[in-house]
Design a binder for this molecule. Structure first.
Ligand SMILES: [Fe+2]
Length: 192
């Protein structure tokens, strides 16, 4: 699903409401059923996969020129929660510990949850106009806390890579929940 794109100058159209990228070099979707490890309430999760027909919870479109130290794209996250826990991405460290990233929110609202290697938690509000700086070696996960799609542009070095394993195995220390209609961050009791 990856088309080679030359590293010539280019203006790429990005639709800040849908996350469409044109031209694009690749695209993937994440269905709920692929994300069982990350949610706390497995019964609510199984129920949601069945009753909601295994929805796409987020998708990623990229523009990756060949032989470049920069690539970018969009992530579009659909709203919803699983047993009160808002839709979220898997979360990852970069394989390269010296490479950070930028997330520039286009529409919707959410929380960017970050965790350092020594366990410090930080958050950055995601809303249109906020460009989040993700420092090297901080795990990052985005969470749609609103009722509309959360669309953001990310910019990264393609050599940064993704280390999903660490977060899938241990989880992150905090969870972001819908509690009494509000958004609350709580300790992750399953964190190991
Ligand atoms: Fe990243």
């Amino acid at each position: 699903m990856h088309e080679p794109i030359s590293a010539l100058p280019m203006g790429v159209f990005i639709d800040g409401l849908t996350g469409a990228v044109n031209p694009a070099s690749g695209h993937y979707v994440k269905r709920l059923s692929e994300l069982r490890e990350i949610y706390q309430d497995k019964a609510a999760f199984d129920h949601a996969v069945r009753e909601r027909d295994d929805p796409v919870t987020y998708e990623v479109v990229e523009y990756r020129p060949e032989n470049s130290d920069i690539y970018f794209g969009t992530t579009t996250m659909y709203p919803g929660d699983i047993g009160g826990e808002f839709h979220m991405t898997r979360g990852h460290f970069h394989a390269r510990r010296d490479m950070g990233e930028v997330y520039y929110t286009q529409s919707g609202t959410g929380i960017l949850l970050l965790e350092s290697r020594n366990g410090e938690t930080r958050t950055v509000e995601m809303k249109p106009g906020v460009c989040a700086f993700i420092p090297p070696d901080w795990a990052h996960r985005s969470i749609n806390t609103g009722t509309e799609p959360l669309v953001f542009v990310w910019v990264c070095n393609p050599l940064a890579g993704h280390d999903y394993g660490e977060i899938l195995k241990r989880g992150m220390r905090k969870r972001v929940m819908k509690i009494e209609g509000g958004v609350k961050m709580i300790d992750n009791i399953a964190y190991v």
